[in-house]
Design a protein around this ligand. Structure first.
Ligand code: HT7
Ligand code: ZN
Length: 876
């Protein structure tokens, strides 16, 4: 396949100043008429052909400056329209007619139908499936869109911007015209037409303009959009208060659809959402669902400035909009909820998804330099690590410097398609800082390792810390250059509290940040009377792996005494992970207890300490997952051993803390009616984790069965059902609970997704048979991405023992599923394939099985570019 390279970027020869589209919507034969006003860029030779992108298109008509061109004046194929015979004038018009079949579009890119609603998905390269165009983000155009449809089928006709006209036509048809005054790239175009219910509200902006807010959902589901609306209004206010960003159109619309490849899409003024990130009430959504809805509503809304007003010059700059917007949504959630709790959750997610990506065959820089399929680069590295890089800029420049830089970026590049270099330059120019070395974070893949050793000299009252950074392995033979790594820290004294020092040398230290710039620093602190314990990487100030010399005793000390709350969690988490890893290295016979007494005692002291927030205690009590332990072990992974250790650890803690867990479980019974706010969610989280330990400790799920029956909200219900299915899969109680859940929710697909996922993640080799059977269950559909992810995605990425069955049948099943899906929806198929990204870390038997399954898939004659790309890189 063709590889696209960053260094080959050059501006287009032509620009498209305005784009007038007219859609005549028919389920199987939609007509699109596009009228483009084209302008040749200054300096481009007048006979330069105009080359427009297409994808599976049929040309039904073409005019240039109002005239049909001669047959040899152009060539049209499904993926390209080349107009060789272009007018000599600098500007001219091109009129293109294409025919589409939205009902047959199962890729869910371009114009398609979801449950009878017409909708579009154009990022990254979906617009070229609608009409021939310069489908690249640096071609900004002003759109006017006319939509015609049968009134009965589609009473609702939406596109970007403001509605300027609407009315009736003959034969039961009607039309609407939308005009978006903001020039935009084609990937932000959207159209929705159908019959949907609506929730309306308004927002008054900081300058006093009233904006109409509309959320469209299936009829009857309007009440379930209330939380999304509330989150939207809070997002709009927050962006004004935090970053001075005001909304710019008179209307902001969100449409929820049930067939969607990703989470949501930030189309200008008309966001389209996967319905699972809009719809929520206590009966159907968990606290985690609410938190996701809040974050994704905010994320898409924030794109209006970071993505839409300032967009990307090319797709290599994807992190320019995504990393920055993730950072903004993280900050929003931190302000809406508890900052430490939010940060811990982010770090857990980063380590679970981005670290393995960066450590395996799919590693790539935050700003990749080449791709063969751009859809495969909507990754944890671009999004999550991209956000961490922005966070580090803030850590380095401080709040004020960061805000100044961002203001300058908005001021300079509003209305433009920008690059990472321009982003960095805005921060440099606003603050005078030199970020040249820092910018390596965008270009060098891999997670840097920091190795730390230290000693204290009582005589001269000196504390010395040696910190080395290493990036392994170097890519393409080129040695890695050392990075600028900001390490937030404190030197914690035995008497508690952070110590002061009189002088420091060996590295630049500003406030509580050590700036690492060399491969090795020997940092010397003067005036340190007693041996401190260094608390490093507070708030996870850089996305690195820390190898602390810290003994268990020092970690235990920090877990109890670090003045920094995040630091306490981090110390406990490191300690616990280390002891689980050590237990996995011992043979089953001599394994004994997983945790030492002191570690158990720390757990319980946190569990019992009412001065902490509930949510924080719940996070501290949550053990690292099986995949987390696997990542720490690194290679020769045997998922069964890790599972056994995990179970033993849960049992040990459950027994050790039985009294406290019982007190928590009974003491935190729901008081009053359900509320999704962070404090109430934290309370439920702590109570539910106590329930888990009680079940594990007693090896009895009777309490879970009772909790399932009594639950008055989905958070408690889904948690109890998970315990039943995962701990006692074959009991009558479990079977009855599954049945009750199915009976209640069989007509609510996004709720049934939980039912599929809970079963797909039940540990053990037998689950594969369950998953296979569930693919035949009514309610499952290979065409719907949410269903596929809930069942197959959850099984392959969230069931280490089931998926990694020693006989390799799990891998065979996944590869067959991918083969089957690939014909219809390559994007979803390719995403599923990433479950294999850590296969090289497995023990040799499973590794061989995994390779065989992938090679079998690879031998298929017709694989999409999407799957081929992931497969080739994974196997390489
Ligand atoms: N910017 C959006 C990305 C997206 C997308 C990309 C490829 C194919 C389908 C897609 N749907 C949405 C989502 C976001 O980051 O906000
Ligand atoms: Zn985004």
């Amino acid at each position: 396949g063709t590889v696209i390279r960053l260094e080959d970027y050059r501006p287009s020869d032509y620009l498209i100043d305005t784009t007038d589209l007219a859609f005549t919507l028919e389920p199987e034969a939609t007509t699109v008429r596009a009228k483009l006003s084209v302008r040749r860029r200054a300096g481009v030779a007048p006979d330069t052909p105009l080359v427009l992108d297409g994808d599976e298109l049929t040309l039904a008509g073409l005019k240039v400056n109002g005239e049909t061109p001669a047959e040899n004046g152009y060539t049209a194929s499904p993926d390209r329209l080349v107009i060789g015979d272009v007018p000599a004038d600098e500007t001219f018009t091109v009129e293109i007619e294409t025919r589409l079949n939205p009902s047959a579009n199962k890729q869910l890119m371009g114009l398609y139908r979801s449950n009878g609603t017409y909708c579009t998905q154009c990022e990254a390269e979906g617009f070229r499936r609608i009409t021939y165009f310069l489908d690249r983000p640096d071609v900004l155009s002003v759109y006017t869109v006319r939509i015609e449809a049968r009134t009965e089928d589609a009473p609702l006709l939406l596109s970007n911007g403001n509605r300027t006209e609407s009315g009736r036509l003959e034969n039961g048809w009607h039309y609407a015209v939308w005009h978006d005054p903001f020039p935009k790239p084609s990937y932000l175009f959207a159209l929705v037409a159908g019959n949907l219910g609506v929730v309306r509200d308004t927002f008054t902006t900081m300058s006093g303009r009233e904006v109409a807010l509309e959320i469209y959902v299936e009829h009857g589901k309007e009440p379930r959009a209330a939380y999304a609306m509330d989150a939207l209004k809070r997002s709009m206010k927050w962006d004004e208060e935090t970053f001075g960003r005001e909304y710019d159109l008179d209307i902001f619309m969100i449409v929820a659809v049930s067939d969607f490849n990703m989470g949501a899409m930030e189309n200008k003024g008309l966001n389209i959402f996967n319905d699972k990130y809009v719809l929520a009430d206590e009966r159907t959504a968990t606290d985690a669902d609410y938190a996701n809805i809040e974050a994704i509503i905010a994320h898409e809304y924030f794109h209006n400035w970071t993505g839409n007003r300032i967009t990307c010059r090319d797709w290599f700059q994807l992190c320019l909009k995504e990393g920055l917007t993730v950072f903004r949504d993280h900050e929003f959630s931190a302000d809406m909820r508890s900052r430490t709790v939010k940060r811990i959750a982010e770090v857990k997610l980063l380590k679970a998804h981005q670290f393995p990506e960066d450590a395996g065959p799919l590693a790539h820089p935050v700003r990749p330099r080449r791709y063969s399929e751009i859809n495969n680069f909507y990754t944890a590295t671009v999004y999550e690590k991209g956000s961490e890089v922005v966070r580090m800029i803030r850590t380095i420049l401080g709040e004020d410097g960061f805000r100044k830089g961002l203001d300058l970026y908005f001021e300079r590049h509003d209305g433009e398609a920008a690059t990472i270099e321009q982003f960095i330059k805005a921060f440099e120019d606003a603050t005078g800082a030199d970020l040249a070395q820092f910018a390596l974070w965008y270009d060098q893949p891999g997670t840097p390792n920091l190795t730390v050793s230290s000693h204290h000299d009582a005589g001269p009252k000196r504390f010395t810390m040696t910190i080395e950074q290493r990036l392994t392995p170097p890519i393409e033979g080129a040695p890695h250059a050392p990075m600028h790594i900001p390490v937030k820290f404190g030197l914690v004294s035995a008497g508690s509290g952070d110590m002061e020092w009189t002088a420091v040398s060996g590295a630049e230290v500003t406030g509580d940040v050590i700036h690492l710039r060399e491969p090795k620093h020997t940092v010397v602190f003067e005036g340190i009377n007693e041996r401190p314990v260094a608390s490093l990487l507070r708030g996870f100030s850089a996305p690195v792996t820390l190898f602390p010399e810290a003994e268990d005793a020092d970690l235990a000390f920090l877990a109890r005494n670090d003045p920094d709350e995040y630091g306490r969690w981090q110390a406990l988490s490191t300690l616990v992970t280390r002891q689980m890893k050590q237990a996995a290295a011992r043979s089953a016979d001599e394994r004994g207890e997983v945790f030492d007494e002191e570690t158990c005692a720390i757990f319980m002291d946190i569990a019992a300490d009412d001065s902490y927030e509930h949510a924080y205690r719940a996070l501290c009590l949550t053990m690292p997952g099986e995949n987390d332990i696997a990542r720490e072990i690194g290679n020769d992974i045997d998922p069964d051993t890790i599972h056994a250790v995990h179970r033993a650890a849960s049992r040990q803690l459950g027994r050790f803390g039985e009294r406290i867990f019982a007190r928590l479980f009974h003491g935190l019974e729901p008081a009053g009616s359900y509320s999704p706010d962070a404090a109430s969610a934290g309370r439920r989280a702590l109570r539910n984790i106590a329930l888990s330990y009680l079940c594990h400790g007693s090896q009895d799920t009777a309490l879970a069965a009772k909790a399932f029956a009594q639950a008055d909200n989905m958070t408690d219900r889904a948690h109890a059902l998970t315990l039943l299915v995962h701990l006692s899969p074959r009991t009558d109680e479990t079977i009855d609970a599954l049945k009750a859940f199915q009976d209640e929710f069989r007509n609510e697909p996004i709720v049934m997704d939980k039912w599929f996922t809970i079963q797909a993640t039940a540990p053990g080799a037998e689950t594969l048979e369950t998953v296979k059977a569930l693919t035949g269950q009514t309610g499952f559909s290979w065409d719907n991405p949410n269903r596929v992810r809930a069942l197959i995605g959850a099984f392959s990425a969230g069931n280490p023992t089931g998926f990694n069955r020693p006989d390799g049948e799990g891998y065979q099943f996944l590869c067959q599923a991918i083969g089957r899906l690939d014909g219809a929806n390559p994007q979803v198929a390719a995403r599923l394939m990433t479950a294999m990204r850590s296969w090289k870390n497995l023990e040799p038997g499973r590794r061989e099985m995994a390779r065989k399954a992938m090679e079998g898939l690879s031998a298929r004659p017709r694989l999409s570019r999407d799957v081929r790309d992931i497969l080739d890189r994974t196997l390489a």
